[in-house]
Design a protein. Structure first.
Length: 275
């Protein structure tokens, strides 16, 4: 399957309708199957599927190391894709504890969690000492924008990237689901042996709580997004030791947690803040 295809449409411009085609992003059900049992079905872009399998499996805590994933086989079936993931050893306890039986739409990263307690599990604490300058934050968001070919073609997908200071954007992945894009990025990092503590994760989307949880699982201490975070995401990032930067556009941004990792800045308090 291809991640997009041209489809007919009528475009209204300059006061008239014209017939043409537009490149449209594909959205398909992707099943994660372990030992013959499907644990989750996510609506996703049919691309970078091995990365998706690794990232999802690691971020869900089903295994702790990429070496515990022995193989990934993608099979097209019934209009979707079945990712058959072979694990080393006995991981049945983790599969049972984190069982997901409900299909997840593209906008949801926690669908199928069976209790409020599971959804609100504390994120892994991150203590990486990396810092970024304001110029590097601007460079990271600009670099991600330049590495989104599917978005350029369709205007319908999100992206997640990994930025290493001094080296630039190391990786980028795209998907119709923002959390899927981050899972794919984390999987690509694991397969490439990239340590999350060496850089920052950069997102084109808003930051909700599961995006913070996945960032923590990757070991990254900086999370940069072009949109705003939710209040719960801010609380989770604060507890996890993650520097959360939102609304990062052009040279401007807002820091919500652990601002000490942003180098060379002086905070100016407004009169209302002092009062």
């Amino acid at each position: 399957m291809t991640p997009s295809r041209p489809l007919p449409r009528q475009a209204y411009a300059a006061g008239r309708l014209t017939q043409s085609t537009r490149e449209i992003a594909e959205e398909v059900p992707v099943a994660f199957t372990y030992r013959g049992s499907t644990q989750a079905v996510m609506m996703a872009s049919p691309s970078d599927l091995e990365d998706f399998a690794y990232g999802f499996t690691l971020n869900e805590g089903i295994v702790a190391r990429p070496q515990d994933i022995l193989s990934v086989t993608a099979e097209e079936t019934g209009g979707g894709i079945d990712l058959q993931i072979e694990l080393a050893g006995d991981h049945q306890a983790a599969l049972t504890a984190r069982r997901r039986a409900i299909a997840g739409p593209v906008g949801c990263g926690l669908c199928g969690i069976e209790s409020i307690e599971q959804a609100l599990l504390p994120a892994r604490h991150v203590e990486a000492a990396i810092t970024l300058s304001p110029e590097e934050i601007a460079e990271a968001t600009a670099a991600l924008s330049a590495h989104q070919p599917l978005f350029a073609a369709t205007r319908a997908v999100h992206a997640a990237g990994f930025y290493c200071p001094g080296d630039g954007l190391a990786l980028a992945r795209e998907d119709v689901g923002r959390h899927n894009a981050l899972d794919k990025l984390c999987g690509a990092m694991a397969l490439g042996g990239i340590d999350g503590a060496s850089g920052a994760i950069v997102l084109t989307s808003r930051v909700s709580v599961e995006m913070v949880q996945k960032t923590a699982m990757a070991g990254a201490s900086l999370l940069i997004a072009i949109s705003a975070p939710t209040a719960l995401a801010i609380r989770m990032a604060e507890a996890a030791g993650i520097t959360l930067v939102g609304l990062a556009r052009d040279k401007d941004f807002e820091v919500f947690t652990h601002a000490g990792r942003i180098a060379g800045q002086t905070t100016i308090k407004r009169d209302a803040d002092v009062a």
